[in-house]
Ligand binder design. Structure first.
Ligand SMILES: *[C@@H]1O[C@H](CO)[C@@H](O)[C@H](O)[C@H]1NC(C)=O
Ligand SMILES: *[C@@H]1O[C@H](CO)[C@@H](O)[C@H](O)[C@H]1NC(C)=O
Ligand SMILES: *[C@@H]1O[C@H](CO)[C@@H](O)[C@H](O)[C@H]1NC(C)=O
Ligand SMILES: *[C@@H]1O[C@H](CO)[C@@H](O)[C@H](O)[C@H]1NC(C)=O
Ligand SMILES: *[C@@H]1O[C@H](CO)[C@@H](O)[C@H](O)[C@H]1NC(C)=O
Ligand SMILES: *[C@@H]1O[C@H](CO)[C@@H](O)[C@H](O)[C@H]1NC(C)=O
Length: 420
């Protein structure tokens, strides 16, 4: 009994020694790592961190996923680099406390920060959908209000295409505008043009990310050949991919392309360098979580992201009120919604103003394949303008085809849906 116990104890003792040596050396290496030293120049920290990273850790940094699918375990396992606020949340709520990470950054604290290298996540949002639907009286302060609300919800990054377009050269604006093309070949050419322009001509040092499953759309139909999408976009200079859901497909796909030598390691290192540069510059390594002290500031007067009509949410006046307050006292103004021919025939109108158009919308929800006026507006124009001299006011979010009505119209005003 004693004989067997002694060697066992020795083995155990050796194990303990070994374990404590490993712990000690881990502690020693934890003690000082250049990349964790905020006093060192960012470029030195980046190089130090980059050389410690495995391929999987690098590819994880290039992945942005929807928070909806995330758990601390997934963030940790796949070394995810960036999270996006889920679409559902900001579609259905006003910018409010509901946007605040309910677990106070569980994913960042228990996920990313517990990885081998502890590289913090960036948590981002399309703030144009969720945070900045402030009343137009806030228009002048909209940038400040959006910034405040983004920070207060613990997010450190917002997609800001408008700002990018305003501050960059016209050439980039043109290229970006043509992204909406569904022509895959053209889009691919544009990736190359845009990234070359940004990175080489303008010396753009930040990273370039694609919007939503943007890279899937290089092929037609969408996502037909994801391998090709990954290859074409990353080789063209896209540094981070908004996946947004199937992160394993992204990680496996990029890993295979690197292993096959299709995407050179130098391109991966360039992408990761740019991403890390942003994280270091933002101070994320020192302050990886949000500034929740601002949480009470969330929830400025807001409008739905698709806009709303027929209510008092915005300042300004209605077209009817503007007409009533402008015309001569002797002029009688009669208002009727969707008037038919009989209504016009029964009255002795001298003139008619027909106000038609579209309801408010944003992004794809406003897509209109034929640019026609939605029903029953064409009927209304026909009913009224055929019987009485009329002015047509078109309130729309994009140009609409109105030629066919022009003959019966005395005057036409293209008014636009109000913008923030
Ligand atoms: C998908 O794209 C890759 C990379 O360009 C190519 O090698 C492969 O043949 C394509 N697969 C199909 C099914 O077209
Ligand atoms: C992510 O979440 C969405 C919505 O809950 C779900 O439809 C989708 O299947 C999930 N994707 C993955 C990869 O888990
Ligand atoms: C993710 O992509 C892989 C590879 O294309 C596929 O097998 C898997 O079903 C996808 N997962 C989801 C949740 O769509
Ligand atoms: C809109 O607001 C004004 C002033 O606050 C109020 O007088 C009016 O009744 C409101 N109209 C509606 C339809 O709520
Ligand atoms: C209709 O209006 C015109 C002036 O706009 C007036 O001369 C005419 O008498 C009116 N007719 C009726 C039936 O009220
Ligand atoms: C035009 O497109 C819209 C949606 O894009 C559709 O609702 C409408 O029916 C179409 N109209 C015609 C005349 O095709």
């Amino acid at each position: 009994m004693a004989r067997t116990l002694i060697p066992l104890l020795i083995i155990l003792f050796l194990c303990c020694c070994y374990a404590s040596v490993v712990e000690a050396s881990k502690k020693a290496s934890r003690k000082y790592m250049k990349y964790k030293d905020a006093t060192l120049p960012v470029e030195v920290r980046i190089q130090d961190l980059l050389k410690r990273m495995t391929l999987a850790e690098k590819i994880g940094q290039m992945a942005q996923v929807e928070r909806e699918n995330m758990t601390a375990h997934i963030v940790k396992k796949y070394k995810i680099g960036k999270l996006l606020m889920p679409l559902n949340t900001y579609l259905h709520v006003h910018a409010s406390a509901a946007l605040i990470d309910p677990h106070k950054s569980l994913w960042r604290r228990e996920g990313a920060l517990r990885t081998r290298l502890g590289i913090p996540l960036i948590y981002g949002i399309d703030a144009v959908h969720g945070h900045n639907y402030a009343d137009p009286e806030l228009v002048k302060r909209i940038g400040a209000a959006t910034t405040l609300e983004v920070r207060a919800t613990g997010m450190r990054y917002a997609f800001a295409p408008c700002i990018a377009l305003d501050s960059l050269a016209k050439g980039v604006a043109t290229i970006m505008a043509s992204y909406s093309s569904v022509n895959g070949v053209k889009m691919h050419a544009n990736y190359n043009l845009l990234t070359r322009y940004l990175k080489h001509k303008l010396g753009f040092k930040a990273f370039i990310i694609f919007d939503y499953p943007g890279i899937d759309k290089i092929t037609y139909p969408e996502h037909k050949n994801y391998t090709y999408s990954l290859q074409a976009s990353i080789l063209a200079g896209i540094d981070m991919v908004m996946i947004p859901y199937n992160y394993t497909e992204f990680i496996n796909g990029v890993t295979n392309l690197v292993k096959k030598g299709v995407i050179p390691m130098s391109r991966i290192d360039d992408a990761v360098t740019r991403i890390l540069r942003v994280k270091f510059t933002m101070g994320l390594f020192e302050n990886p979580l949000g500034n929740y002290k601002l949480a009470h500031k969330v929830g400025c007067k807001t409008i739905e992201w698709q806009g709303l009509g027929g209510n008092n949410l915005t300042s300004g006046t209605t077209i009817l009120k503007a007409i009533e307050s402008t015309v001569d006292k002797t002029t009688q103004v009669v208002y009727k919604e969707k008037p038919d021919e009989n209504f016009v025939k029964k009255n002795n109108f001298s003139h008619a103003m027909v106000v038609v158009g579209e309801v408010p919308y944003a992004e794809t929800r406003g897509d209109n394949q034929n640019l026609t006026l939605p029903a029953p507006r064409p009927e209304t124009i026909k009913n009224i303008c055929g019987l009485v001299k009329c002015v047509v006011i078109v309130v729309s979010g994009h140009p609409l085809v109105i030629e066919r009505y022009l003959e019966s119209i005395a005057a036409l005003v293209a008014a636009w849906l109000p913008r923030k």
